[in-house]
Design a protein around this ligand. Structure first.
Ligand code: SF4
Length: 220
């Protein structure tokens, strides 16, 4: 039996960066926690806990700590709450997720569709940066057609490009001006393409990853 490892397997840049930032914050002997799980990988989260970096979920009780913001970001209101409670914020939000948040914020007065999984924390956080006309649309879901004068679209960073392309093709005929921000991250695309290539030449393909990781789930 021959076993092949897919190109680009392993942690992406954003995850490596977040873990490094959390460990560096801990080295300074401060009381460090992450707000929610830092990354969607239970083994690494457990390892961090063993190092003394706990996962805090109850935002009301996080006070006077060093709080590391998880790689897939948190809601704008939660960030403000943590800041006003006197915590020191170490923002480990992946720069690609941050860019998506900033783009959502920059067009929040326009109709905006965020394409992604509505239950995923990254998508929920993105929504918090939007306005009254911001909506989440799931991949493959049919948009409620309106005749938009202007419509903006951003995507969850770990979505398939083909899902974004499908959405664009659906709304384009109903829109005078369509602004599409390609917020799908390169690491995601590379992993998807490598997995597809390997699957074509293999009898069996096993995907190893966190069950709640959007990057892992999209490879199924
Ligand atoms: S946006 Fe891309 S690089 Fe950043 S954490 Fe997600 S998968 Fe990793």
């Amino acid at each position: 039996m021959q076993v092949f490892l897919a190109e680009h397997s392993g942690f992406c840049f954003g995850v490596r960066r977040a873990v490094k930032m959390a460990l560096a914050a801990h080295n300074s002997n401060d009381d460090v926690c992450t707000y929610g799980e830092l990354i969607h990988n239970p083994q690494i989260v457990q390892k961090l806990e063993e190092e003394g970096i706990s996962v805090c979920k109850d935002i009301e009780h996080i006070k006077g700590k060093k709080v590391v913001i998880r790689s897939h970001g948190i809601a704008r209101e939660d960030l403000e709450l943590l800041q006003t409670a006197g915590n020191k914020i170490i923002d480990a939000t992946c720069p690609y997720v941050k860019r998506a948040q900033e783009l959502v914020s920059s067009v929040k007065d326009l109709p905006l569709l965020i394409m992604g999984d509505p239950d995923h924390p990254e998508v929920q956080a993105l929504l918090s940066y939007g306005g009254k006309q911001t909506k989440i649309i799931q991949p493959g879901e049919k948009p409620e057609f309106q005749n938009w004068e202007t419509l903006c679209i951003v995507s969850q960073t770990t979505q398939k490009l083909s899902n974004l392309q499908e959405l664009v093709a659906q709304v384009l005929p109903h829109t005078l001006e369509l602004r599409v921000f390609n917020t799908i991250c390169n690491a995601t695309t590379q992993r998807q393409e490598a997995a597809l290539q390997l699957a074509k030449n293999s009898d069996l393909m096993i995907v190893i990853g966190g069950k709640h990781s959007a990057n892992t789930r999209v490879l199924q």
